[in-house]
Write a protein that binds this ligand. Structure first.
Ligand SMILES: [Zn+2]
Length: 209
């Protein structure tokens, strides 16, 4: 509800004219302030949202119109004056400029977060494919009783469960929990991967059965 509507609902024109010092007779008439020599009191005040009407000069309107005419104010000024004079404590429903820009900034922040979450997701998908490929390529080699584990295979087996968990969780929660929580940054992981690839030639015995 806007302020004007609220004022019309909360104040009768009679309450307002009496507040500003006019005398109202028992029939609900007062002397009209807008035409001179109104000895008979021609201005009728109506209950509820009925407003006022002068049977002599035709002045007519709502409680807000009365204040506009009385103090020579525009609509907005009249509303603000009534709000202040009657201590109604109404606030304008239209958000001010500061609130609007705060909303806009919050929306941009949300968009940046979503973009970050999506980038993390794409990165983790690539990680998943990369380490799965590594795991399949560098399978352990069994020679008699001895099993040879390639360091890249070991790394893949270490990383994959967490990556899978991260992706499942992301899909389940729509990414909300994963803003900026990508476990590896792109730079460090690619350099780690490069180092691993550089040292991948000799196979190493990690354990034997
Ligand atoms: Zn009049």
């Amino acid at each position: 509800m806007d302020m004007a509507q609220e004022i019309r609902q909360r104040l009768t024109v009679r309450e307002v004219v009496e507040f500003y010092g006019f005398q109202v007779n028992r029939s609900g008439f007062m002397k009209c302030p807008w035409h001179s020599g109104d000895h008979t009191a021609s201005l009728k005040l109506y209950d509820g949202q009925g407003g006022f009407h002068c049977f002599a000069c035709g002045a007519h309107g709502s409680v807000i119109d009365f204040v506009m005419r009385l103090f020579d104010l525009n609509f907005r000024q009249a509303i603000l004056r009534i709000n202040a004079d009657f201590r109604l404590g109404l606030t304008e429903s239209k958000p001010d400029r500061a609130a609007q820009s705060a909303t806009l900034e919050a929306r941009r922040k949300e968009q940046r977060k979503n973009a970050q979450a999506e980038a993390n997701f794409r990165f983790m998908i690539r990680e998943f494919q990369y380490w799965k490929e590594i795991r399949n390529t560098f399978q352990p080699i069994r020679q008699g009783d001895v099993v040879f584990y390639h360091p890249l295979y070991v790394e893949a087996v270490k990383r994959l469960p967490y990556i899978e968990y991260w992706l499942d969780d992301f899909v389940e929660k729509g990414g909300k929990e994963h803003w900026g929580t990508c476990p590896f940054t792109q730079e460090t992981t690619t350099s780690q991967q490069r180092n691993l690839l550089n040292t991948c030639m000799p196979t190493k015995i990690i354990s034997s059965s």
